[in-house]
Write a protein that binds this ligand. Sequence first.
Ligand SMILES: NC(=O)C1=CN([C@@H]2O[C@H](COP(=O)(O)OP(=O)(O)OC[C@H]3O[C@@H](n4cnc5c(N)ncnc54)[C@H](OP(=O)(O)O)[C@@H]3O)[C@@H](O)[C@H]2O)C=CC1
Ligand SMILES: O=C(CO)COP(=O)(O)O
Length: 296
Amino acid sequence: MSKIGVIGAGKWGSALAFALGQENEVYITSRTPRDVENFVSLEEILKLEYLVIAIPAQQISSWLEDNFVFNNQKILVAAKGIEATTGRFLNDIYKPYVPDENIAFLSGPSFAAEVIKSLPTALVINSHNENLSAKFATFFPPFIKTYTSTDVMGAEVAGAYKNVIAIAAGICEGLGLGKNAAASLISRGLVEMQRFGYVYGAKEESFVGLSGAGDLFLTASSTMSRNFRVGLGIAQGKSQKEILKELGEVAEGIGTTYALNKIAKNKDLYLPIATEVYKMLEGEDPHISLKNFLSN
Ligand SMILES: NC(=O)C1=CN([C@@H]2O[C@H](COP(=O)(O)OP(=O)(O)OC[C@H]3O[C@@H](n4cnc5c(N)ncnc54)[C@H](OP(=O)(O)O)[C@@H]3O)[C@@H](O)[C@H]2O)C=CC1
Ligand SMILES: O=C(CO)COP(=O)(O)O
């Protein structure tokens, strides 16, 4: 039994606290205080050796700057996204605060709503430090099968990019374009994210496995996904503001789309689906954008 601190009591942080709490002593904290078991102050959590951080990618940089004090903690990053304003990956953002050997990244198909019901789930723990991944793997309960990998970039790219493809898939569904279109969009999305990942040295195995195909198939085919629901909202002609208000939770695909657009311009990369999603988030008519993309 280990002591683990979870930072961020949103959907994913709470589900992970529940899962990890099956066989460990788990404490949780969040920006907004909650009346939940083992809720403690941030100060208390930061004293623990093992931390899971479930703060979204768009907020983590300022959170680290304002709150984090490194004390040789071992960190498991649970967020999936690329910073919109800078195009930075999470491992870059954490770098000035946590050394490589102390950090791991969680990936794989895992709706919080199913984890909190103890439904069977498979996750990948990605770290350059294989001992650390192996250690984090021991914390999970039997209903979560864990795999480990050293392909941090692959896990990061896949986890972030699948959210963008999920938005596109939601638009496709919302426009009633059919299952043929959805399947072609998802498979081309997988190729697009893999090609993008190679630019950063990501490995093929992450894209064909749980972190890539697994998470993409889950998110891009279900209304349980917030990003998929963002796509449905776009297809209905709703504004980004309206969609986010209705959602009431984070949809990392939006910020990641802006990040990808920035990176594509800087590095002159061809990211066709991400580019169409960007245009639609910026107000282009989805009937034109997605239909054009799917036809000759
Ligand atoms: N939900 C899911 O099924 C999964 C989510 N993820 C990823 O996990 C991450 C978190 O998602 P999820 O928990 O679902 O999102 P939620 O919207 O449910 O929760 C967001 C969390 O982030 C915290 N937060 C937001 N802004 C700030 C800030 N400026 N400073 C500090 N804390 C902040 C919130 O704190 P508070 O509420 O206390 O204000 C809350 O704990 C995302 O990257 C998501 O992609 C990954 C796998 C599965
Ligand atoms: O990452 C997730 C499942 O693996 C959650 O996806 P959404 O954020 O789209 O709900």
